[in-house]
Design a protein around this ligand. Sequence first.
Ligand SMILES: Cc1cc2nc3c(=O)[nH]c(=O)nc-3n(C[C@H](O)[C@H](O)[C@H](O)COP(=O)(O)O)c2cc1C
Length: 364
Amino acid sequence: MSKQQLLTPYHKNFSIKNRIVMAPMTRSRADNEEKVPTDALQGVYYEQRASAGLIITEGSQVSKQAVGYVNTPGIHSEAQVEGWKHVTKRVHDQGGTIFMQLWHVGRISHPDFHNGKLPVSASAINPNAQSFTPEGFKDTVTPKAMTVAEIKQTVKDFQHAAANAVKAGFDGVEIHSSNGYLFQQFFNACSNTRTDEYGGSIENRTRFFFEVLDAIKEVMPQERIGARFNPSLHGMFGITVDEETIPTFEYIIKKLNDYNLAYVHLSEPFTDVSDVPFAVTDIAKHFRPLYNGTLMINNGFDKKDGNKVLEAGDADLVAYGKLFISNPDLVERFKQDLELADWDKDTFYTPGEKGYTDYPKASK
Ligand SMILES: Cc1cc2nc3c(=O)[nH]c(=O)nc-3n(C[C@H](O)[C@H](O)[C@H](O)COP(=O)(O)O)c2cc1C
């Protein structure tokens, strides 16, 4: 049997021992006042999964304003940097590589997180979605449209957070420009009706993202920066695809050829978009020819599909989400062709070790 592509090392801008990536996943376990990850909980969880070629952490808020889910860890304070140091040390001690996902949820947040003040977004348009607040799920509200000064401040917040991630020992960062959060709220016409330099044309709607990327580049090598996109996201988080959506992502991905990033991380559609006008159903195939750098693909892959997408040359790396929740030794299980454990979705976001650090390794 030929060797699985997933298990081969990857060397380009950064070197990783296999092509199996742990996808970023919010687990809502930083249940302390400062939203600090701890050695005993997040440290152990990520260490258990360090055999992945690359771990991308859960989305971590870049500022107090960026938060939108209960008990997610941050990367804006000194205490948070100290907390994350435990995580990076444990992963590195196991020979692993770990990037931090930098997150601002924009309008998916809720006034409950901001002493009653409105969350911010590109425009004052309610996504009509749900926020996961300390008191449970609540309807989203109409956000406040960001002023240019607030946009500039947010650029600085991302830069500060990236510098903190470096201080905390991360090997790189991933900009969370996906899944209907702040950057995608600027990208998509349904959520961005601005008439200034951040709205209207494709160039304007993507300006904020590139300003953030350029700012982060000033504090760390661009070879250590990744960015995540979900071009065919439709009907979730108040985001819809229209005739300008895919051209917007094509513009972004092509422009990223002018950079030398660690990778571009794309998601196949989260819902069936085969009947949605203007959506692309096969994201890896569509975008691969447009991008010269490292392409990571995600969503719904198993071992067979993962090897297949690599063999076809449609991606270089495959990110696995839920399988990594319930199979800390996913790489070994793929290697040995062992049975995979099912995840328990009831404990995705609950506090403590249950459903977090208590999934065992496979017994052979
Ligand atoms: C519990 C959970 C939390 C998630 N949190 C994040 C997140 O913080 N950032 C992100 O980009 N995606 C997040 N996602 C999406 C995953 O990264 C991934 O796209 C999704 O699980 C599909 O991949 P899979 O089929 O391999 O699970 C989350 C998914 C799950 C199940």
